[in-house]
Design a protein around this ligand. Structure first.
Ligand code: HEC
Length: 261
């Protein structure tokens, strides 16, 4: 055990009043529960995006934040099942039109005649199971590009996470600060890591839109955050109730443990 003397203001859990230890324990238990639910929620939100629902992968994160890159429902249909409904040279102009934002004037002039001729027999709205493609407002709905979570949603989720998790890790770090952990630099690193990874994680949501490999930063910083959480949680809980009081602490209290060495 390295012999950095205890800080004057450091108190081990064993030196705290029971009311505070009970408060810490209750906080840890509910935080643990909350973190598990967050994990379940993340898993179900992200794992199936790439077509494989078993794991949360790099592709899941890229698709969530920057879109599948596969264009709109209209484009997939024209490249897939609906390909045979029209002449080959009629397909590209429709796809280009959709990709360029589905302009209304261009629709009336160049797109509508083809759609009304080739698609309206089935997609005129009479079959509730098929998208209605007649009229600008109807076809516009299937031209929306999948560009991932919108910036506005990201901003909303960012501020909630930044405020919320700052409180979570402040509380957890405060509780953990009473643990006896050496070396001191390691203890400090564990306390500060979640704040660093939280910031990296959230900023990488936006960067993933620009450059996909940032999805790795999202995954790794999320992992680091979860690991610091688990470590602080487990060490705090163990030292609160289960571990013997560290010798340096008993010695400071003038206990009868003989000096070591
Ligand atoms: C003979 C009837 C028929 C014609 C003509 C037809 N479709 Fe379809 N379309 C269907 C059926 C049936 C489905 C649902 C099954 C499927 O997705 O293959 C469908 C599905 C679709 C979908 C939805 C795919 C999804 O994401 O669920 C789109 C978009 C679409 N068609 C576009 C078109 C376009 C554009 C044309 C004209 C070039 C067209 N269809 C012509 C019968 C037709």
């Amino acid at each position: 055990m390295s012999d950095v003397p205890l800080h004057r203001l450091y108190l081990h859990y064993s030196e705290l009043p029971y009311s505070l230890r009970v408060l810490y324990t209750a906080t840890l238990l509910v935080l643990g529960l909350a973190y598990s639910f967050a994990g379940i929620y993340l898993y179900y939100t992200y794992s199936a995006k790439d077509g494989n629902p078993l794991t949360v992968s790099y592709d899941d994160i890229v698709i969530a934040y920057s879109g599948s890159g596969k264009g709109s429902r209209l484009e997939s249909a024209l490249r897939g099942g609906m390909r045979t409904m029209l002449a080959a040279d009629e397909i590209t102009p429709i796809i280009t039109w959709a990709r360029e934002g589905a302009d209304r004037a261009k629709y009336e002039q160049a797109i509508r005649p083809v759609i009304d001729k080739r698609c309206a027999t089935c997609h005129d709205g009479s079959n509730p199971h098929l998208p209605n493609l007649v009229g600008y407002d109807n076809i516009k709905k299937v031209t929306e590009q999948d560009t991932g979570t919108g910036i506005f949603t990201l901003v909303r989720v960012s501020h909630i996470h930044l405020f919320g998790l700052t409180f979570v890790f402040f509380a957890l770090g405060l509780i953990f600060s009473h643990a006896y952990v050496r070396p001191v630099w390691f203890k400090c690193a564990v306390v500060v890591l979640p704040f660093v990874s939280l910031t990296l994680d959230i900023s990488s949501w936006y960067f993933t839109k620009l450059y996909h490999p940032f999805a790795w930063v999202v995954i790794i910083s999320g992992g680091v955050m979860a690991m610091s959480f688990a470590y602080m949680w487990a060490v705090s809980m163990y030292q609160l109730w289960f571990s013997p009081t560290p010798i340096v602490v008993t010695r400071r209290q003038g206990g009868d443990t003989p000096p070591v060495g």
